[in-house]
Design a protein around this ligand. Structure first.
Ligand code: SF4
Ligand code: SF4
Length: 108
């Protein structure tokens, strides 16, 4: 028998309720805002609910791209997998040290 939904392999079920970060992540999700369509497919999959639309004022467009609240991200990579497999390819996972250096932020 042919397996159904193979193209979703690697994408977990939608979380029932948001969790919270417990330790410093090893990776950080960064949305390429110029490449993100704003489809929001990744948003409900984030286990800590830390993906949100970029404020409309920044781009002045009807459907803005999304952004990650970096202090809350646990680096689980689910959003990147969802984006790549279901929609586009607009999320990069950066090692936390690289992220901190590039964005001049400290993540605890
Ligand atoms: S799934 Fe990808 S393209 Fe869609 S909102 Fe998320 S990051 Fe943007
Ligand atoms: S890696 Fe993506 S899905 Fe996972 S916590 Fe960070 S923003 Fe949410």
């Amino acid at each position: 028998m042919t397996k159904k939904y193979d193209y979703l392999k690697g994408i977990p079920e939608l979380p029932e309720k948001p969790n919270i970060k417990k330790k410093r992540p090893k990776l950080m999700a960064v949305v390429d805002e110029d490449n993100c369509t704003g489809c929001s497919a990744c948003v409900p999959f984030c286990p800590v609910d830390c993906i949100e639309p970029v404020p409309k004022e920044k781009y002045n467009m009807p459907i803005p791209p999304v952004q990650v609240r970096f202090d809350e991200c646990i680096g689980c990579q689910v959003c990147a997998r969802v984006c790549t497999k279901l929609t586009w390819d607009a999320i990069r996972m950066l090692p936390i040290d690289v992220f901190e250096e590039r964005y001049m932020m400290k993540i605890s």
